[in-house]
Design a protein around this ligand. Sequence first.
Ligand SMILES: [Mn+2]
Length: 337
Amino acid sequence: MNPNQVIKAIKSYSTFLITSHISLEGDALGSELALASLLRKLGKTAYIVNSGKTPSNYSFLPGVKKISRRFSNRAHQAVFIIDCSDRGRAGRIAGLIDARKPVINIDHHIGNKNFGKINWVDPAASSTGEMIYRLFRFTRTKLDKKDALNIYTAILTDTGSFRHPNTTSNTLYICSRLLKFGINPAEIYARIYENNSVRDAIYVAKIISRLSFAADNRIAWIKIKRPEFEEVKGKPELLDKILDFAKSIKIVKVVLIFCQVDKRFIKLNLRSKSPIDVQKIASSFGGGGHRLASGCTIKGSLKEAEQMVLRQVKRALKTRYKIPACHSKYKAGEASD
Ligand SMILES: [Mn+2]
């Protein structure tokens, strides 16, 4: 798929709103900022409004201070919803957009619902940032150091610092081009990932100490009750650290974190190592994401969600690995591997 329709839309309108998903992170923010810059360089008016607040570790991104939370349908003719697999992921803003305004959907998630009037979806791209880079090339728009910093941040975060399988030679080629603008990878990494408070570190350590294991240690999971989840709200990077730590255990194939959002709902984060496709499991609960990293919201108690999901994950594992019928369930500290 190519961005021809997107380029046509850019030519047809002069004012654009750009928005992205709730739980903002590097790809959403970096891509929004680079896209806004591209549109302005093409003589257009562009502004960014998000449903959520910008996490503090991204406050260094050029242009981020101008991102607003105020929305007006009079201020734009067309809307970019980017890095969102479905319209609902855009949160509050999705509900405010005038239905008559054309929506341009730019995304790289496999399960994208093609909800826009124009849809440019490329699951082969590591990140939406990589697609925005290509949009600069397609429109022959010159990048500057600020654009390079925003796009590099988008790619860095969505590839898990170039660890995930979506890191391709093209991804690294683009990053090599971006570094020529004089951005500093070590500094960017430190700004985003070496930014924890002592309190956050203690929180992560406390949660990790409660890891549970099942299916011969191939599943690792943790439940976080509501009061504890309140502490971590708005800091998805802390959950990522917990997920990464559990995934670093050699035998573990699937990691699950169940967070109690309120009395009725559980938010579930899933991570896996190939070949287990957790996106399939997340989408069976109405969620989405990627094959190896996905999420969903489940109605029910922590215990109910745990039982339902573990059953599905065990089934998915069974088709792939020989797991003894009578496997034991371990708690952290008891597991042998
Ligand atoms: Mn993304």
